[in-house]
Design a protein around this ligand. Structure first.
Ligand SMILES: Nc1nc2c(c(=O)[nH]1)N(C=O)[C@@H](CNc1ccc(C(=O)N[C@@H](CCC(=O)O)C(=O)O)cc1)CN2
Ligand SMILES: Nc1ncnc2c1ncn2[C@@H]1O[C@H](COP(=O)(O)OP(=O)(O)OP(=O)(O)O)[C@@H](O)[C@H]1O
Length: 198
């Protein structure tokens, strides 16, 4: 089998296992962990200092770390917020204000009447993940949206701080990584903040 194909199969198997594992957490426990993660996130120096933060709107059926209260807390801190929307197969950043009307799409919720932001303003990106490892590699749902997003920003010399939000049970020793995988600067889970020094 060609090596890319083998890695893709490994990633796919890990994805299925990790999403299942996450879904096994009772909702109450998931919410408590999301609250702990929220407290860590808003305490981070990079977040405190940021003007503009890009973050995802969590998808409940996929049992992602819930970002609802993170949005409230960051809004109270008067941060400018943007959320991912998919346009022409590409992840771009749409302005988001607390209370904006959300519309369901195949890729999660997005604000009604999308207004794109100037991505050179992004200071921090808080992203979802399915699994992460000790080196800071992550996998998502296998569409490569975040990898291509981060690479596109890099090509424009835009390098926001990249933080993954995760439950601890999504940590593995080694995530199968391809050449295009963009590593994280840190992960926040329910027991604290991990920083990857590279
Ligand atoms: N909350 C969230 N938003 C995000 C991402 C993400 O991982 N999480 N993305 C990261 O790239 C992009 C969208 N990518 C996605 C890729 C696959 C699925 C997915 O598997 N969806 C389910 C259905 C969920 C539903 O019905 O609401 C599915 O198809 O089974 C969702 C988003 C941008 N927005
Ligand atoms: N920089 C890139 N340029 C072109 N294609 C890319 C790039 N990054 C990822 N891809 C494509 O995206 C597909 C999915 O990649 P991968 O399995 O690493 O996604 P993922 O990390 O799970 O997803 P995401 O980044 O959306 O969370 C791959 O088949 C790859 O071809």
């Amino acid at each position: 089998m060609n090596p890319d194909r083998a890695l893709a199969d490994e990633k796919a198997a890990l994805r299925v296992e990790m999403i299942a594992r996450r879904r096994l957490l009772p909702e109450k426990s998931r919410n408590a962990k999301s609250m702990a993660i929220t407290d860590y996130v808003v305490s981070m120096q990079e977040v405190v200092n940021a003007r503009h933060i890009h973050l995802y709107l969590s998808i409940p059926v996929l049992a992602e770390v819930c970002t609802t209260v993170i949005v409230d807390r960051l809004a109270a801190m008067e941060k400018e917020l943007s959320v991912p929307v998919v346009r022409n197969g590409e992840l771009v950043s749409a302005l988001f204000r607390k209370g904006d009307t959300l519309l369901p799409t195949q890729f999660g919720a997005e604000p009604r009447g999308v207004s794109l932001v100037d991505e050179s303003d992004l200071d921090v990106v808080l992203m979802p993940l399915v699994a992460f490892d000790k080196r800071g590699y992550r996998i998502g749902y296998g569409k490569g949206f975040y990898d291509r997003f981060l690479q596109r920003l890099l090509q424009q010399n835009i390098s926001p701080c990249r933080i993954g939000l995760s439950f601890m049970l999504q940590q593995v020793d080694v995530v199968p990584a391809n050449s295009w995988d963009e590593p994280l600067d840190g992960v926040v889970h329910e027991e604290g903040i991990i920083r990857f020094n590279s």
